[in-house]
Design a protein. Structure first.
Length: 614
């Protein structure tokens, strides 16, 4: 459990380091075995076996050459048979192996996506979805998560390439022991390949922001919602130019690193060529001196020629594996981040304080200071506030004053950097956050558009309560969307979202009402937050809705605090208590009458809006 007065939302990003490749390998291989142990085992044995047939074929070619030169008919038949069996076995193993690997990848892919949903949605705070350096890190994972499915396959192929190389070395040594040194000439290529893979991973990490930016520009040009402004302002060409320029810079940075790696690869390959020529000279001299046979020469020629390919394959398989692990390490980072947060944010269910059944006194903020993790700007500075039980508190202030931030802190999406939030005297960090959030509800300005049936879109506001038809209809009614059921083609069973078969789009206001209805599903919340969820609704509708919500907070018996954030003073004035945020703190607070009488910021803003309606 973190100390609310010192730690704040933990910076669990483990500095800038991603988990190491070896740890990522162990994690992903274990995950593949968890998914399907038999398939994983078959993949790890069949794929490497398929690599050996070419090398074994070279050995049987030597037997064939020796048998032919010795005019031994039986030995020729045996050599040809083993050669055919080896090659055919290799093909069959490769084909079966591919099929099984494909099945394993599909299974591993689904398992990975399941874990991704579980980890991302289950992480206590919003850091990994909001912090720009974390997003740069997670972006490749979002787009290329499928690459992680290939880890076991790439490991199997790397092992195969290594096994082939070891067998080749053993056979070369059997011709002339000194030939066992040939792979030494391939070591620079291996080292260069590994260094190049790591540098490319770093370059990818460093250019993450540019790729996200370019993707954002494409999203702006290809989605309906920004589509109106894109056309009205005629910014299509500008988006194109920006996208091209962003891609150019990002691409240039990454390709520069790739070209440097390729250059070193050429140097390393030239080094190997020197070793290859040396090997040929050694075997040639041995045959000339009668120390080796023609079969040995054939074997050495074939193997030495493929040795460079072998080393190259080991390098490229290794690079492939490193590429899979680079994406996998981001996944593991997220898993670590989630685990760290579960350990440090809030209390564990076993030791947590009990969330009260009903609020008796108040939710209080004591000297709460908050800076978003990864940034330096103080958003809230020593804010102290009392939100009394059963009351409606309105939060007003200019854009960026910190209203939504305060809402996030109250819902436990972040912990204060210092200071504390207390619920009837118990620090929020002493609760298990899942249990606390089960007693929070509300609706948000950037509400989700769940493209499911209307019934589900509302019912998920209270999953524990089951999908009770009556409760859903009542919530829609209370949210001012009762008529939606009659208007939509299949009533509550209507699929929302125009891109689905039989799906229907809703207007902005209708989507907001669905979100509000969802927020009304929780039976006995202790905290209801309404963070500008009604921007698309007209003022009287907003006022009626807020009044309905406020009434619920008292009548549901839990004496909830209703916190409403709105820029409409006609609604704000109906609240029991009004808090004006400005700068980094509370500028003034009181009832509407008190604040108007004081003639401060609130009074001026209220007068400004009231004049607009006269
Ligand atoms: N995830 C974030 N990371 C870093 N800074 C943030 C983040 N979210 C908000 N901020 C900053 O915190 C400050 C307060 O933002 P907040 O969203 O709380 O304001 P607000 O009062 O709700 O504004 P509005 O009325 O426009 O909704 C702003 O300066 C904003 O830039």
């Amino acid at each position: 459990m973190s100390s609310p007065t010192s730690a704040g939302t933990p910076d669990t990003g483990r500095g800038s380091a991603l988990p190491g490749l070896a740890r990522t390998l162990v994690y992903t291989v274990r995950a593949a075995f968890r998914t399907d142990a038999r398939l994983a085992l078959v993949t790890l044995t069949l794929a490497p076996a398929a690599w050996l047939d070419g090398t074994l074929a070279a050995l049987f070619l030597k037997f064939l050459t020796d048998a032919a030169l010795a005019h031994d008919g039986v030995a020729v038949v045996v050599a040809v048979s083993t050669l055919v069996v080896t090659l055919a076995g290799g093909w069959v193993t490769a084909s079966f192996g591919r099929r099984l690997q494909h099945t394993l990848q599909e299974k591993a892919g689904v398992a990975l996506e399941d874990e991704l949903i579980q980890v991302s949605a289950g992480t206590p705070t919003l850091q990994h979805l909001e912090r720009s350096d974390y997003l740069d890190r997670l972006d490749p994972l979002r787009k290329e998560a499928w690459i992680v499915h290939w880890t076991l396959e790439s490991l199997a192929q790397t092992l195969g390439a290594l096994a082939q190389t070891v067998l080749t070395i053993a056979l070369l040594a059997s011709v002339q022991p000194v030939l066992a040194l040939l792979p030494v000439f391939g070591i620079p290529a291996l080292l260069v390949g590994r260094a190049a893979a790591l540098r490319e991973r770093d370059a990818q990490e460093a250019t993450g922001e540019l790729r996200r930016r370019q993707h954002h520009l494409v999203t702006l040009a290809t989605n309906a919602s920004p589509g109106k402004e894109v056309r009205v302002f005629g910014i299509g060409d500008r988006l194109l130019r920006l996208s091209r320029e962003t891609w150019r810079v990002e691409h240039a940075r990454r390709t520069r690193v790739a070209w440097v790696g390729a250059g070193w690869q050429v140097v390393a390959s030239a080094f190997f060529a020197v070793g290859f020529v040396g090997a040929l000279v050694v075997v040639g001299n041995a045959v000339a001196a009668g120390l080796a046979g023609v079969g040995d020469l054939a074997l050495a020629l074939v193997l030495a020629a493929t040795m460079s390919g072998n080393v190259g394959m080991v390098v490229s398989m290794f690079q492939w594996l490193a590429g899979c692990l680079a994406v996998g390490s981001r996944f593991l980072w997220l898993v670590d981040h989630a685990r760290d947060e579960h350990r440090t944010v809030g209390a564990s269910p076993a030791t947590a304080a009990r969330v009260p059944d009903r609020l008796r006194d108040a939710i209080e903020l004591a000297e709460v200071t908050f800076t978003y993790p990864g940034t330096s700007r103080v958003v809230l500075d020593k804010v102290s506030l009392r939100l009394p039980a059963g009351r409606v508190v309105a939060l007003v202030g200019a854009n960026g004053a910190g209203k939504t931030t305060l809402v996030k802190l109250l819902c436990g999406m972040y912990a204060p950097t210092s200071g504390s939030i207390r619920v009837d005297g118990t620090d929020l960090t002493e609760f298990d956050l899942t249990q606390w959030r089960a007693r929070c509800t509300g609706a948000f300005q950037d509400h989700a558009r769940f493209e499911v049936t209307l019934r589900e879109a509302v019912a998920i506001g209270d999953l524990d309560g089951g999908p009770g038809e009556r409760a859903v209809a009542d919530a829609l009614e209370a949210a001012g969307a009762g008529t939606l059921v009659d208007v939509l083609p299949n009533g509550l069973s209507t699929q929302l979202g125009p891109t689905w078969p039989g799906g229907t789009d809703l207007s902005g206001g209708q989507w907001q009402k669905v979100a509000l209805a969802r927020g009304l599903m929780r039976p006995e919340p202790l905290l209801t937050v309404l963070d500008e969820p009604t921007a698309s609704l007209d003022a009287p509708t907003e006022e009626a809705l807020f009044a309905g919500y406020a009434a619920q907070s008292g009548t549901r018996g839990a004496h909830a605090v209703t916190l409403l954030v709105s820029h409409r003073f006609s609604t704000v004035r109906t609240a029991d208590h009004i808090v004006v945020l400005a700068g980094t703190g509370v500028a003034e607070q009181g009832s509407h009458e008190e604040l108007v009488a004081r003639g401060g910021t609130y009074a001026q803003l209220y007068e400004l809006q009231a004049r607009g309606y006269r």
